[in-house]
Design a protein around this ligand. Structure first.
Ligand SMILES: [Zn+2]
Length: 192
């Protein structure tokens, strides 16, 4: 077998790491649906899968999450809503689960909602990834991360604050920032 130069092996190893590292997590827009499907204790369902979606609309226009008696957390999403809205709702409902809101009786509903929104916004469009965009305007953020222009506006403001105050990142975050990439680059959102 042909032996390659150490430099080449090194280069290939870096590519391997990049492919493994970027799977699902570091390709934006973040594929929240695929991500949910690999989680063992979470299930994703859509209103259209139910016999009477009108009843579900009475619960919520966007979607909701609930703990099934078998211990599986079920996220139910209104698939008639715009896709960017659905993505945010999935991330929001996942937030309630990850943050353990179902067992936290001491937190009021308003706090839980604020926490889940914070979680969702930063899961779909992390500051360390926004940092990589050449154009950091609302439209570019909305397109690159698959979030609504309204969410992108909040992220834009928050990003600017974060950046102004020294943009702190953990070691892992700066690595992810270096490795992440964007599907929409061909649309003119060039990465720095
Ligand atoms: Zn909520």
């Amino acid at each position: 077998m042909k032996r390659l130069s150490p430099k080449r092996y090194d280069k290939i190893q870096k590519h391997v790491t990049r492919v493994l590292f970027s799977y699902v997590f570091l390709i934006f827009p973040f594929d929240i649906e695929s991500f949910i499907r690999i989680l063992p204790k979470v299930e994703l369902k859509y209103y259209r899968e139910y016999e009477n979606p009108l009843l579900l609309l009475k619960v919520s226009n966007d979607g909701f999450g609930f703990m099934r008696p078998d211990g599986i957390y079920v996220i139910v999403i209104n698939d008639a809503r715009p896709i960017k809205r659905q993505r945010f709702t999935i991330a929001h409902e996942l937030g309630h689960f990850v943050l353990g809101h179902f067992s936290k009786k001491d937190l009021d509903e308003e706090t839980k909602e604020a926490e889940a929104n914070f979680f969702a916004a930063r899961l779909l469009a992390p500051n360390w990834a926004i940092k990589r965009l050449k154009n950091k305007d609302v439209w570019s953020i909305s397109t690159a991360f698959g979030i609504s222009e309204e969410s992108a506006m909040y992220r834009y403001r928050n990003y600017n604050n974060w950046f102004t105050y020294g943009h702190p990142m953990t070691e892992l975050e700066s690595q992810m920032s270096e490795y992440c990439f964007f599907k929409e680059v061909e649309l003119g959102i060039y990465v720095e």
